[in-house]
Design a protein around this ligand. Structure first.
Ligand code: MG
Length: 159
């Protein structure tokens, strides 16, 4: 077996009048993530982890913020496109682990739905996707509720 790993990280500012979308799930919250797409930091971190693992660039190259066609799109579409590129290189996804860095709201109840949604976009079983979350103990911009971030690692393999 040939294994490769990749790491991804993303951060977006929070602002009013936009939904909070994380892992493809809209979560009730007064503030949402500001971005050219839906600002889904978790999907963006996983997208970059998969691209890094396969050695095929990064999210900014494939899905540039200057592309008007990507305005407001669901970031689950990024995962669908990237997994096709990963498979075209002869790799399958082993597993993905991730952390969302957010002060509030409490995200634990949404983890199963996020895993299901991400797994569905990637065409794998949800048991291969782990979603976790951490607060920043009130420190920094994330701790102040001005931003959210996510980090992810992806293992891919070929036989
Ligand atoms: Mg992003």
């Amino acid at each position: 077996m040939n294994f490769r790993v990749g790491i991804g990280f993303d951060l977006h500012r929070l602002g009013p009048n936009t939904p909070l979308t994380l892992g493809g799930i809209v979560i009730p919250h007064p503030l949402g993530l500001i971005g050219h797409s839906d600002g889904d930091v978790l999907c963006h971190a996983i997208t970059d982890a998969l691209l890094g693992a396969a050695g095929i660039g990064n999210i900014g190259e494939l899905f540039p913020e200057t592309d008007p066609a990507l305005k407001g799109v669901s970031s689950l579409g990024f995962l669908e496109k990237v997994v096709a590129l990963v498979r075209a290189k002869g790799y399958e996804i082993g597993n993905i682990d991730s952390n969302i860095l957010a002060e509030r709201p409490r995200l634990l109840p949404f983890f199963p739905a996020m895993s299901e949604r991400i797994a569905s976009a990637l065409g794998i079983e949800s048991g291969r996707i782990q979603v976790k979350a951490k607060t920043m103990e009130g420190l920094g911009e994330i701790g102040a509720g001005q931003a959210m971030a996510a980090e992810a690692v992806a293992l891919i393999f070929s036989k």
